[in-house]
Ligand binder design. Structure first.
Ligand SMILES: Nc1ncnc2c1ncn2[C@@H]1O[C@H](COP(=O)(O)OP(=O)(O)O)[C@@H](O)[C@H]1O
Ligand SMILES: O=c1ccn([C@@H]2O[C@H](COP(=O)(O)OP(=O)(O)O)[C@@H](O)[C@H]2O)c(=O)[nH]1
Length: 237
């Protein structure tokens, strides 16, 4: 069936779910974000959501503390599955159908990712939550999000993050940084801008995937992006 609905890949960091305490899940924050995602889906957009796990554990951090990197990344990916289950439930409670897939097999909890099953779920009007990143260590969920966006033929990657766009330097550490309305993927890579990791930006460039970066803390920003309004920064192919 040909379907002309726009298809978006939303990347939600684990920290976005944590709310003010910075760890675990904040019920009010989860409810707001899930409500905004459900609203986008109920207005006709196809929504796939890749969840991070930084609110639980990051493998690189564990390795920096002397632990085994692969074991740490396995723990990190399991953290994204915890977030994925929580997000699927929150989206259902917000009034949209939702289905969860994992990049590594967890068959008693959810389906394993496959392009075919995810496209069928999107075309049936379900919000697809994608946990488990790429399923392999040494990657991030930003790279996982870009990979899944390419696999499902998303029109754009929506990166909901801590800051309201792409800046000339990290705005959290450089108050003189200026925001770009638009920047090309080539230029973002050449300037080494760290709003997404290099592997994710390179994969987006090689697959001509636009990225829209906006703040997860701004209520309504997701709906505005999906409505085509000029919110955040655009990283263009
Ligand atoms: N040039 C830049 N423009 C915007 N943000 C940047 C830039 N360089 C670094 N950052 C930082 O990147 C962070 C987003 O990257 P990431 O760690 O992937 O976030 P998330 O936890 O949302 O996945 C922002 O919170 C910001 O502090
Ligand atoms: O393909 C992937 C995606 C994630 N991870 C692990 O899962 C953690 C959580 O993901 P991420 O740091 O990307 O979460 P976010 O910053 O988006 O919350 C990472 O630190 C890695 O340890 C991994 O090993 N492979």
């Amino acid at each position: 069936m040909a379907d002309s609905s726009p298809r978006y890949l939303l990347k939600l960091s684990g920290e976005a779910l944590a709310g003010p305490q910075g760890f675990g899940h904040d019920a009010a924050t989860m409810k707001r974000i899930a409500g905004e995602i459900a609203e986008c889906a109920n207005t006709g957009a196809q929504m796939a959501v890749v969840v991070g796990g930084g609110n639980i554990i990051r493998g690189a951090r564990m390795a920096a503390d002397g632990g085994d990197r692969v074991a740490g990344d396995h723990m990190g990916m399991l953290g994204t599955l915890i977030n994925g289950i929580a997000m699927r439930e929150a989206i259902r409670e917000a009034g949209a159908a939702s289905n969860l897939f994992s990049g590594f097999p967890a068959p008693t909890m959810c389906e394993t990712f496959s392009q075919r099953a995810v496209l069928a779920s999107l075309e049936a009007g379900e919000v697809v939550v994608l946990a488990g990143g790429t399923g392999s260590p040494f990657f991030t969920t930003d790279t996982g999000a870009t990979l899944r966006a390419a696999e499902i033929g998303a029109d754009a990657i929506l990166k909901a993050t801590q800051v309201d766009g792409v800046y000339s330097a990290d705005p959290k550490t450089d108050p003189s940084a200026t925001r770009y309305a638009t920047i090309s993927l080539d230029e973002a890579l050449a300037k080494g801008l760290q709003v997404m990791d290099t592997a994710a930006l390179a994969l987006a460039r090689d697959n001509a995937l636009p990225i829209i970066v906006f703040s997860i803390h701004q209520p309504g920003a997701l709906g505005s992006v999906v409505a085509g309004e000029d919110v955040g920064s655009r990283i263009t192919p």
